[in-house]
Ligand binder design. Structure first.
Ligand SMILES: Nc1nc2c(ncn2[C@@H]2O[C@H](COP(=O)(O)OP(=O)(O)OP(=O)(O)O)[C@@H](O)[C@H]2O)c(=O)[nH]1
Ligand SMILES: [Mg+2]
Ligand SMILES: [Zn+2]
Length: 310
């Protein structure tokens, strides 16, 4: 035990502290000496108490010291290059950083069981754009039927099945060498896909409730996992809904790629695309050049902003 400072990455959080993966192993610790449970020093706690759910997030780069046999302490959290955030469940003005220092968000939905939900995908895409991250759209459970589209708004789109194995090689290619956070509704198969992409992970997987059609929230907390071919993935707990944290209403038109591409031709530069004359978005809708479900998602978010403000 020494006060020597070591670099590490936060791989898991619980009420008492966080599990970190050390850059350099220490003999006698789990995972070939790489894993250490750490408390978080008071100074860090105080700093972010009001605005952030937790002072550290999964994926954070941290400096730690090894204080006891199997315990350590986080002494500093390095600046984040990116985050995927949502409002905290208890208090909407508090930021819950689901994952830090990621390159891309893998947005997983299921063709069925639970039913396909484009609105959730669109909300997550808006957050991805706002956060300046890349997106990969995954439609899982393709063994249950067929879809009528092959690509979505120019985002990389992968059709997978953890049961029959389709799409897994493509998904693995998209994951390799990058840090990805995997997110979506409970029960869509996030953990199943990761188990299928990398053998030996043994992530817990849960049945979807036959009556409600909902997942059972099997994954209860985010976990950072290194990939053998390079890169890492963060498996996350399924969300019921995905709130938009810190996004100003006026930014929304620019967070929908397909809508943003039409907006420069609208008569008004600040067109909300809801009622203005000579609106190219409205025109595209009439012509069938913009998917109606995308505009629906856009409107729903806009309305939810108005409820918040009014
Ligand atoms: N038919 C079919 N079932 C799948 C597929 N992938 C996963 N499942 C099943 O879907 C259920 C939920 O899978 P999980 O991997 O636990 O889903 P999850 O998204 O991680 O769920 P949470 O951890 O609760 O957020 C399990 O019963 C899986 O066996 C698939 O491609 N096809
Ligand atoms: Mg899971
Ligand atoms: Zn417009």
């Amino acid at each position: 035990m020494s006060e020597e400072e070591r670099g590490a990455i936060v791989v898991r959080l619980d009420a008492k502290g966080c599990l970190v993966r050390l850059d350099e192993p220490i003999e006698g610790l789990p995972a070939d000496g790489h894993e250490l449970w750490c408390g978080v020093r008071g100074r860090i706690h105080l700093r972010d108490r009001r605005s952030q759910k937790s002072p550290v997030a999964v994926g954070d780069r941290v400096t730690v010291i090894h204080t006891q046999e199997d315990r350590g302490a986080v002494v500093s959290v390095h600046p984040r290059r990116s985050t995927l955030s949502r409002p905290s469940k208890r208090h909407g003005k508090v930021e819950h950083v689901m994952a830090a220092n990621v390159d891309q968000v893998v947005i997983v939905s299921a063709l069925d069981d639970p039913p396909f939900n484009p609105a959730l995908v669109d909300r997550m895409l808006a957050v991805v754009e706002f956060s300046k991250l890349e997106a990969v759209i995954v439609v899982n459970k393709m063994d249950l039927g067929e879809v009528a589209f092959d690509e979505a708004m120019g985002y990389r789109t992968v059709f997978t099945s953890a049961v029959d194995g389709r799409g897994l090689d493509t998904l693995r290619e998209h994951l390799t060498g990058k840090t990805s956070v995997v997110a979506g509704h409970s029960g869509v198969g996030k953990s199943s896909l990761l188990n299928a992409v990398q053998s030996g992970l043994g992530l817990a997987v849960g049945l979807v409730n036959k009556v409600t059609g909902r997942g059972r929230h099997t994954t209860t907390a985010a976990v950072w996992i290194p990939l053998v071919d390079g890169g890492a993935v963060i498996d996350t707990a399924g969300v019921r809904e995905f709130g938009l944290f810190g996004i100003p209403a006026r930014d929304l038109p620019w967070l929908f790629r397909d809508i943003a591409a039409l907006a420069p031709e609208c008569r008004y530069p600040d067109c909300s695309h809801t009622h203005e004359p000579e609106c190219m978005v409205q025109e595209a809708l009439l012509e069938g050049d913009l998917a109606p479900f995308r505009f629906d998602s856009y409107l729903k978010i806009l309305e939810s902003f108005e409820e918040q403000d009014g």
